[in-house]
Design a binder for this molecule. Sequence first.
Ligand code: IDP
Ligand code: MG
Length: 140
Amino acid sequence: MNERTLSIVKPDAVKKNAIGDILRRFESAGLKIVAAKMIFLSKAEAQGFYAVHKERPFFDSLTTFMSSGPILVSVLEGEDAIQTNRRILGATDPVKADAGTIRRDWGTDVEKNAVHGSDGPDTARWEIAYFFSELEIQTR
Ligand code: IDP
Ligand code: MG
């Protein structure tokens, strides 16, 4: 099924100068970049994005990290885009991620793990709308 998913290149990967390499992975996997922008989240904006994790012990540290530097948010489109993107990201903890995945190659640790990818159709819709209006997403 043709789908859209939200991707974030997190502050650690931006600092490593890995934006281009990571976007290349998406395109090589057949995903089309239909929207993209660089932003610098405030702590409150990071807390809003990760609200689903607000009870987790790492919430404060995670949202401090996500507001520590610029990020590249993008919308990826393609056949099974959500699962395709999750597969090429790799496991949450870079040391447990398969060889050749983005997190294995550019992740720093379980928190600073280079990239975010939506985990299902409902979260993808919500996450895309958190950062992009329909007018900012290319449809042809
Ligand atoms: P995911 O990004 O692979 O879907 P989630 O469990 O949804 O993983 O967690 C969201 C984000 O929270 C992770 O990408 C990572 O940055 C951070 N995180 C997850 N688990 C831990 C942890 O045990 N310690 C610190 N940060 C974590
Ligand atoms: Mg998740």
